[in-house]
Design a protein around this ligand. Structure first.
Ligand code: HEM
Length: 144
């Protein structure tokens, strides 16, 4: 399921459920000419990293093939964070998404009941504001 895995990655790139997190400087550090004093909080942004055209050409384009081969540079695709505090549930979450996608896409065609439903991007996991109501049509019912 290589292509399906790339689709999952591309969805996580364009619509990361977690937008970023804070880190606290445990000592004074200098980065890119900026001094960050000890004790200050730094916010690392998943969304803006994922849309950096240097690493993701045409960043708004949905293109699962960007994950083919070696895929993106290390620490440019970070839906689960990175380093020692990286999400320990990341492989489990990926498998769950794959299994869900495999069954739901293979068995059903979906129709969104609210076509332009807004996504709430407040701090916390991104989520459709109305809970994404959908109608499912079994593929067996669809006249070819
Ligand atoms: C699509 C689903 C998920 C996404 C996008 C996600 C994303 C993240 C992110 C961005 C972090 C912060 C990483 C960092 O600070 O470097 C995190 C931390 C964490 N996640 Fe997830 N996660 C997901 C699912 C899960 C699941 C299924 C579990 C458990 C079964 C889980 C358990 C945790 C825990 C315990 C932490 C804290 C790790 C630490 O601070 O050392 N996550 N997650």
């Amino acid at each position: 399921m290589k292509y399906a895995r790339n689709v999952v990655n591309e969805v996580l790139r364009l619509a990361p459920p977690v937008h970023g997190f804070f880190r606290e400087a445990i000592q004074d550090i200098t980065y890119a000419g900026f001094t960050i004093p000890k004790g200050w909080k730094v916010y690392w942004s998943v969304s803006s990293t994922h849309k950096d055209p240097k690493y993701f050409p045409s960043p708004e384009k949905f293109d699962p093939t960007r994950f083919e081969g070696n895929g993106p540079e290390p620490f440019t695709f970070i839906p689960f964070g990175g380093g020692p505090r990286m999400c320990p549930g990341n492989e489990y979450a990926r498998q769950l998404l794959l299994v869900f996608m495999y069954h739901s896409v293979r068995k059903y065609r979906w129709e969104k009941l609210i076509p332009n439903e807004k996504i709430n991007f407040d701090y916390g996991p991104a989520a459709p504001v109305n809970g994404l109501p959908i109608k499912l049509y079994p593929h067996s019912d669809i006249k070819q």
